[in-house]
Design a protein around this ligand. Structure first.
Ligand code: GLY
Length: 398
């Protein structure tokens, strides 16, 4: 695939990597034991350190070691360790992973995002170094995930709440989970035990049927009948809430990359076709806004609300598709990924080593005050992952 990238773009990628390493080397030296979530005045803060102002949703619990994004900083450190060979990144990641053991020890507080938390941190470490302690963590997280499978509904349960906007979430699956199931594929590949993969594929099949719409847009939150199985309804979730068929761009990106990865791990053609359908819809929407993704592709024109994290994750997904399709199709997806990355690099990136966050202008959820146009750690993670996927064709992450 690398041969399809022209020399000018290769140079651009190498220059960008150099700016990333300059910045992240300095940030890593000062971040210590912290597990960053967002930033205030250019300084990383943990999710528990967010100051809630009046009128803001208390959606980010204080001091929450179970918070779904806690694997992204150690995951980013693993990307940096792989890219530079410098041990300080590995050591920083491992300090974070030690802290996260408190979450593994309290499974009642955990949720389906254990894939985000441990696959890209401990899983990536295990795949790069063979460290047994990391493997142990990965196995525990995967075993927990298997417990969330609903046998009749054929889906992995997302959340634990009995009262999400007035609903019990026992029958809920969300599109984000497509990024949690690669952990199950990985464990099957590592152990030769196919049960993890069977459950991941069963969930992906249900998601393909109930979340992905015929036009390539996706439902964020789907409610299934938890006893008999079957689609009940969908809920807009983190997109624009005024329209049931709204199109939350990060949800689109989760589907795009998630189905592409499901194809990589299983070879099932329908997953690749689904990833392509979602990608075509994503590309059509961002091409209309100079390759800077809006937070919801079907929101009112005002306010103009971007979400850079959707663009960074989608870029990774587009590169994954390019790896999987025939040579004559690859350029479409590679070009789109490059356009997203270049647009966001120009408008949304901060390479100054004195400040902590790299990718700005992320949005947690449409209309969540205090969570719009902020830095969010998974934006940094996916941005760096996309650059490294293009430079080195890495495959140890998901
Ligand atoms: N997985 C939750 C989010 O994307 O914000």
């Amino acid at each position: 695939m690398n041969q399809l990238i022209n020399d000018k773009d290769k140079k651009w990628l190498d220059d960008t990597w150099e700016k990333i390493t300059n910045k992240l080397s300095a940030v890593t030296d000062r971040v210590g034991n912290k597990i960053p979530y967002t930033s205030i005045d250019g300084k990383f803060i943990e999710v528990g350190d967010m100051v809630m102002k009046e009128g803001e949703l208390a959606s980010r619990p204080k001091g929450d070691i179970n918070w779904w994004t806690n694997g992204f900083w150690p995951g980013l450190m693993m990307l940096m360790y792989d890219g530079t060979g410098e041990r300080k990144y590995l050591e920083t990641a491992r300090r974070n992973m030690d802290r996260m053991d408190e979450a593994l020890a309290n499974p009642l507080k955990l949720h389906h995002d254990v894939g985000f938390m441990w696959n890209i941190s401990s899983g990536a470490d295990y795949r790069l170094t063979g460290d047994e302690m990391q493997h142990n963590r990965l196995i525990q997280a995967t075993a927990f995930m298997m417990n969330r499978y609903n046998l009749n509904g054929k889906f992995l349960r997302a959340w634990n709440s009995k009262n999400w906007r007035g609903h019990d979430t026992i029958g809920f699956s969300i599109i984000d989970c497509m990024m949690n199931i690669p952990m199950l594929y990985r464990l099957s590949e590592e152990t030769g035990d196919e049960r993890f993969k069977m459950i991941a594929m069963s969930h992906a099949d249900t998601t393909m049927q109930d979340h992905v719409r015929p036009d390539g847009s996706v439902n964020h939150v789907v409610e299934h009948d938890p006893v008999n199985g079957g689609y009940v309804t969908n809920h807009p979730g983190q997109g624009y809430n005024g329209y049931q068929y709204s199109s939350w761009s990060r949800g689109q990106a989760w589907a795009l990359y998630g189905f592409a990865l499901s194809y990589t791990h299983t070879g099932k053609q329908e997953y690749l076709d689904t990833a392509k359908r979602v990608a075509h819809y994503f590309i059509a929407n961002v091409a209309d806004t100079d390759w800077l993704p809006l937070c919801d592709f079907r929101a009112p024109e005002e306010p103009v609300l971007y979400d850079s994290t959707a663009g960074a994750c989608a870029a990774c997904g587009l590169i994954e598709i390019a790896k999987s399709v025939d040579v004559l199709e690859q350029k479409l997806y590679l070009n789109a990924a490059m356009k997203l990355l270049k647009a966001m690099t120009e408008k949304f990136c901060d390479f100054n080593p004195e400040t902590d966050p790299l990718l700005l202008m992320g949005t947690e959820a449409y209309g969540r005050k205090g969570g719009e146009h902020i830095s969010i750690i998974y934006g940094d993670f996916f941005y760096v992952e996309a650059i490294q996927k293009l430079r080195k064709d890495i495959d140890f992450v998901w």
